[in-house]
Structures are given as structure tokens and as C-alpha cells.
Design a protein around this ligand. Structure first.
Ligand SMILES: [Zn+2]
Ligand SMILES: [Zn+2]
Ligand SMILES: [Zn+2]
Ligand SMILES: [Zn+2]
Length: 687
């Protein structure tokens, strides 16, 4: 499977999940993703550090809206293209372009034969005819992809984009005005010094307020910051020491990397940390590689205890905590496709000969970095360039170093003091310098090139977040990273998925605002979400879906008085179901949202009863149309469906088959049994 990162279920078919059906309001509606997401139970709504009041939510919405509006307007244009196919989002899959690995927000282009999908930008790179063979079609041996193979894809339900645009346009007129913010004279002086002489702004932990932070960061050229601990107060409660990590996971195998050569050494956590504090000649400058992973931090003790410890140490926690209510990334529903924003730990030995503990690079997301442990009295030396100097720096590096691709994004260079002198002489630019001490926090805005050299053996911990005012710039960086992927093949994964993150945030906040306006209980927002988590767990299969979740397994609702499925195929009922489904598909007003935000609507008792009745009805209908336990297989891809109606629908939508069939042909196919159907289908060629 190219480019799709699925965590839990194995991918059956590239075309799977285009449509699934759910019973609501006494009729079958196109449910898109909901059926799958609810039953896998991975779509838990987010929980925040505190609940916001209506004015705060409205303001946050207003900061996200202009960015989202532009995205949606582009989607609307895409949707107007002929032969559009709508497919659903799966919260367990990051839908990425199979060519450049950039996340697909919604719009894409898919090969109608093999399901290979590319983004709008990459479509232009495909040849218009087969004279320049480049990418082989996965399901047609010997044939190469050309432009005519591709049909436009949208992941929104019909009418959904228009609705969102309308909503944003109305909302933008109703944003409460924000209070003007004035800085203290000392901050004003610090800002001047930063501008004129690249002196880093340093602020005590308890003095960095939300407003001050936004003032310093929501600008074209945001200031990198150092946050100093409050004297006498412990920043981290756990001992983040080499001994501690040796004690808790010393025997765990891991990899260390030589910072100079890039060589990978197999070791254990204990053996690696035993090097701390032991200097000798020619000691390799090693760093622990990807250990512990952010997944360990989220899920496995004792690292999952360190996670809240780290979060409690964040300054401006509303913005920086992973569950911070003003952190735009906190609105992404918890699931396998959630952005990987850390936390991460960086353990490395003292740098030697200016090799660099971390080479010059820039990150797509803003980051928080705390020096949790430093051997003896030293620290970590940071060089951070202002964002507005980034282009000039890259141009200078391009001339000086022979690097294929973007000189900063390729992460191959550490600028020594001598290099920095040359740089300043030739371009007048120079970086902020920070000597980060234990318990000091460095805040790095996105788009600021930076590098680190440990002066002693260090353990750092870091996490990413998303400021609502940095969206445009984060997107610009994503685009630059995409170009890097085209240089040497995919290696940078679009972890931030800024577009989708903003969509989730906007829709979730909109729901919260509506809830607050309705109930006028401004503190209840988070509690409701908790109650829904419990509800979901008790009632995991809320929605019916017609796509089997694993081969041969046909999921129906658990029906206490269900009997064994009938082998009888009732063609009339099946035809009725198909006809009904067809009508509903073309009726955009009945379409359920394709968007899978963390919104769960509270069900009333009456609604639940009705759903139970519908569920029984659905099971009965499906028993009639299910012919046998042997599923129908698509002759062109690995899709499987339990009834012929579904497999025909699959073929119609996925392989653009419909137009090739006469009415009589279609009817006879609908009534065919498995072997017969496949034989008949094989005789017909795809248009
Ligand atoms: Zn692409
Ligand atoms: Zn193909
Ligand atoms: Zn970085
Ligand atoms: Zn197929």
C-alpha cells in the first residue's frame, strides 16, 4: 500500500468506504464515514484543559475562519469538476497523496482502475499520454498512468462545503471585538533589542500571559522566546535523569545515532545513559534515536506519567498543552490519523568539534522545548534565526554548500561559529543565541531555522502545538516540504496536517458555540464530552453499515431475536433497496456529513428507540438481499461485498462502469449469482 498509513484494520480495497449506509429518520441515507468511525471506537472527542466561554470560542473561531474559508472556496471549485466521486474520511487513515505524501484535505484525483490517488499539485506532473511512462498502474500490468485515468475526488458530503462557507461568512460578522493589548515598558525594550541586535527575549514562567504570548507571536516575524523557571518552584515533578530512565526501562533495546557519521548503533536505554557524565577521548557523540516514541508517551507507563508532568510544565498552557483549549491542534479527534505532535525526548551526549547535536532545520509546527536534565552546570546552545531571515539564509547556503534540495530542509548542515561570522559579513544576518539551562524552556515559532549544540550531556523534552495565527505560514512550510519529497522520494511526513486540523477545530468550536447558546451553561461543554465517551463505549455499534469490516465478515447490528440469515435472495426487496439508495444519493439534502469531527450528538430516549426499530428493519432487509456467506468480489480490485447490489454499486462508482451498461444488462447483472456475476462482468470491458 502506497502512502496510506493505517493503524488498525488492514486495507481491503482502495475503493472501500466510498459509501456506507445508515438508517436515520426512517430512511437509508448516505452516511459516508460515520458507520466505520463509530464502530471502530477510535473517534473519541477531545477533552480540554479547561472550558472556554462563548466569547473566547467565537474569537478563536474568527482566527481560524479566514484560512478555512480560502480552503473551502478551492474545494468548491474542485467539486464543480465533471465526474466527481465522493469518498468518506476514515479516522484511522491519513489520506496522503501517493506521489508527494502531502495530506489530502479533501480534493484529490484518483486512478479509476487502481485507486492510486494524487493531490491537485501532483496531477499536473502526470503525463497526458503514455509517451512518457513514469508510474505503472497497479491493476493493469504494463500500463502507465496518464491524465485521462484520473477522476476528481471529494471527501465532503454533497452541499457540505457550501454550508460551511455560508456559516463562516455569517460568523465573520459576529466576532466579539478583542481588547487592545499594551506591553510593559520592559517588554517593549526587549522587543526593540530583539529586532535590532537579535537579543533573545526572556520571560519568567508566570509572566508569560496568553495576551503577551499572542502579541509576541501573532506577527509576520514572531520572536523566539526563553521562559525561565520560577525560583523555588519545581518545574518537573518526576526526576528526568539518566538514572531514572535506566531504572524504569534500562533493559529496553533501542537505537543510538552517531551525530557525526549518522551511523546507527544498537544499544539499550541503560547502556546509552551509562555514557552520561563519562568523558573520554574520542567518545562518539551519540544521541538516542526516536526513544521513547510519542506513542509510548501517550499510552505506556511510566512514560504516560511523564506526559502530564511535561504538560503541567508548559507556559501559556492554553496554547501549548496538547489539550490546551486555544491550541488549534487540540481539536483533532483522537484516532490513528491524529497528528503526531509529540511529546518527544531528545537525549544526547555533549557535542564535540561543532558537529551539532541537532543540525540546522526548521519545523512546520511551533514547538516547546524544555531542558529537563543537564549534566553538571552546562546547558544546550541554540542558534535560532528570525523567520524573516530564513529566505536570505537559504539563499546564502545554496551558494556556499552543494546540497540537492532546500539547504535548510535537507538538515545536512550545522553552522559553526566561523560559518556564522562569514554569514554575518556577507548578508548582515545573524541568529538569536540561547544558552538553555536546566528547567529553561525555548519556544520556537514555525519557520525559524534553528540548530542545537549540547555543551554537556542533556535530556530535553519537546512537543508541538498550533497557534491559530500561524496557519498561513505552517501551510507554506508544508508546501516547501512537499517539494523536498519530490527531490529524493518521500521522507518528510506531513505530521501537522494543518488544513484538516483547522477544519476539525472550526467545526468542533462551532458545535460548542451552538451548544453554549442553546443551553447557556457555559461550563458544561467538557462534561458533555465525557458523558459521550461513556455512551459510545456502552453502545459501540450505533450505525448500520453495509461494508464488511473484514473479509467474509458481514457486520449487522446485534439483534437479540435474530435468526440465522436466510439463503433466500429476494430480488424485489433488493431492487427496492437499490432504488431507494439511488434516490437518496442524488438527493443532497438528505446526505449526512462526511466530515468526521469530534462532534457527538446526544440522543434522546425516543431517538434511541427509533434507531433500534430501524436497526431491526435494516437487519431484516439485509438478510433478504444477502445471498450467502460467500462475498461478491470485484474483478478489478480487492473489494468484497456481501450482496450483488453493493458490488454493482461499488463497480459503478469506483470503476465508472454505469454508462457502459444497457438497462437490460444492468438488470440481469443485479439478479446474477456470484460466479455468474463475475463471469458477466469480465465479459464487459471498463469504458
Ligand atoms: Zn501530491
Ligand atoms: Zn491506476
Ligand atoms: Zn526543531
Ligand atoms: Zn473494485
Amino acid at each position: 500500500m502506497v502512502g496510506k498509513k493505517r493503524a488498525k484494520r488492514t486495507d481491503l480495497c482502495r475503493f472501500q468506504g466510498f459509501r456506507c449506509f445508515s438508517l436515520r429518520d426512517h430512511e437509508i441515507v448516505v452516511a459516508f464515514d460515520e458507520a466505520i468511525t463509530v464502530t471502530t471506537g477510535s473517534r473519541l472527542p477531545p477533552i480540554w484543559n479547561r472550558s472556554c466561554d462563548l466569547a473566547e470560542l467565537r474569537q478563536l473561531q474568527g482566527r481560524l475562519a479566514p484560512f478555512l474559508l480560502k480552503l473551502l472556496q478551492a474545494e468548491l471549485e474542485h467539486e464543480a469538476k465533471p465526474d466527481l466521486i465522493r469518498r468518506c474520511r476514515d479516522p484511522d487513515i491519513r489520506d496522503t497523496c501517493d506521489y508527494c505524501w502531502t495530506l489530502l484535505f479533501s480534493a484529490g484525483w484518483m486512478c479509476q482502475h487502481c485507486g492510486w490517488e494524487v493531490c491537485n499539485e501532483c496531477l499536473c506532473l502526470l503525463p497526458s499520454n503514455s509517451e512518457k511512462p513514469e508510474h505503472q498502474c497497479l491493476s493493469r500490468t504494463g500500463l502507465y498512468h496518464t491524465l485521462p485515468d484520473f477522476v476528481p475526488i471529494s471527501r465532503f458530503a454533497p452541499g457540505e462545503v457550501e454550508q460551511l462557507i455560508l456559516d463562516i461568512e455569517t460568523m465573520l460578522h459576529n466576532i466579539p471585538p478583542s481588547c487592545p493589548f499594551t506591553v510593559t515598558p520592559s517588554i517593549a525594550t526587549a522587543m526593540q533589542r530583539a529586532d535590532s541586535n537579535r537579543e533573545i527575549i526572556s520571560i519568567p514562567h508566570n509572566e508569560l500571559t496568553n495576551d503577551l504570548f499572542v502579541h509576541l507571536w501573532a506577527r509576520d516575524d514572531p520572536y523566539p522566546l526563553v521562559v525561565t523557571p520560577i525560583p523555588g518552584r519545581k518545574l518537573l515533578q518526576y526526576p528526568w535523569t539518566p538514572e531514572f530512565f535506566t531504572n524504569i526501562t534500562g533493559k529496553t533495546g533501542c537505537e543510538a545515532q552517531d551525530c557525526e557519521t549518522g551511523d546507527i548503533v544498537s544499544t539499550t536505554v541503560g547502556d546509552f545513559y551509562s555514557l552520561f557524565g563519562k568523558e573520554y577521548d574520542n567518545r562518539q557523540v551519540l544521541r538516542l534515536k526516536d526513544y521513547p516514541s510519542s506513542e509510548l508517551f501517550q499510552t505506556t507507563r511510566p512514560y504516560s506519567d511523564l506526559h502530564p508532568d511535561l504538560m503541567n510544565a508548559t507556559p501559556v498552557s492554553d496554547y501549548i498543552r496538547q489539550d490546551g483549549c486555544l491550541n488549534a491542534a487540540s481539536y483533532f479527534p483522537r484516532g490513528a490519523a491524529k497528528s503526531d505532535l509529540g511529546p518527544k525526548m531528545y537525549s544526547a551526549l555533549r557535542d564535540r568539534n561543532s558537529i551539532g547535536s541537532t543540525r540546522l532545520h526548521m519545523d512546520v509546527a511551533p514547538a516547546f522545548n524544555v531542558l529537563a536534565y543537564a549534566d553538571s552546570q552546562g546547558g544546550a546552545n541554540w542558534k535560532i534565526f528570525a523567520r524573516k531571515d530564513a529566505d536570505l539564509l537559504a539563499a546564502w547556503m545554496r551558494k556556499r554548500y552543494k546540497i540537492k534540495g532546500h539547504p535548510v530542509h535537507q538538515q545536512q548542515i550545522y553552522l559553526t561559529d566561523n560559518n556564522l561570522v562569514d554569514l554575518r559579513k556577507e548578508t548582515q544576518i545573524h541568529p538569536y543565541t540561547i544558552d538553555q539551562r536546566q528547567n529553561q524552556i525555548v519556544l520556537i515559532p514555525p519557520g525559524c531555522p534553528h540548530q542545537v549544540s549540547n555543551q554537556v550531556d542533556c535530556i530535553k523534552a519537546a512537543a508541538d502545538f498550533l497557534l491559530p495565527d500561524h496557519l498561513e505560514h505552517c501551510l507554506r512550510l508544508t508546501t516547501e516540504f512537499r517539494e523536498e519529497n519530490l527531490v529524493e522520494g518521500p521522507w518528510m511526513v506531513d505530521v501537522l496536517q494543518v488544513k484538516l486540523t483547522v477544519l476539525h477545530a472550526y467545526v468542533n468550536i462551532r458545535e460548542q458555540c451552538m451548544g453554549l447558546e442553546r443551553s447557556d451553561l457555559s461550563s458544561a461543554a467538557n462534561l458533555e464530552d465525557y458523558s459521550m465517551v461513556i455512551d459510545d463505549a456502552q453502545n459501540p455499534q450505533q450505525v448500520y453499515h453495509s461494508i464488511p469490516s473484514s473479509p467474509g465478515q458481514f457486520s449487522t447490528f446485534q439483534d437479540p431475536d435474530s435468526s440465522t440469515p436466510s439463503d433466500l435472495q429476494d430480488e424485489d426487496t433488493m431492487d427496492k433497496v437499490m432504488a431507494l439508495q439511488d434516490t437518496l444519493q442524488s438527493n443532497s439534502s438528505s446526505a449526512k456529513s462526511a466530515y468526521s469531527g469530534g462532534i457527538v450528538i446526544q440522543q434522546t430516549k425516543a431517538e434511541k428507540n427509533r434507531e433500534n426499530r430501524e436497526r431491526k428493519k435494516a437487519n431484516k432487509i439485509m438478510k433478504c438481499v444477502t445471498k450467502s456467506n460467500e462475498p461478491f468480489r470485484c474483478p478489478w480490485c480487492s473489494a468484497m461485498h456481501q450482496c450483488s447490489a453493493d458490488i454493482l454499486r461499488h463497480i459503478n462508482t469506483s470503476h465508472a462502469f454505469k454508462k457502459a451498461l444497457s438497462n437490460t444488462q444492468a438488470k440481469s447483472l443485479k439478479r446474477a449469482h456470484q460466479d455468474e456475476l463475475v463471469e458477466k462482468l469480465k465479459d464487459l470491458s471498463i469504458p
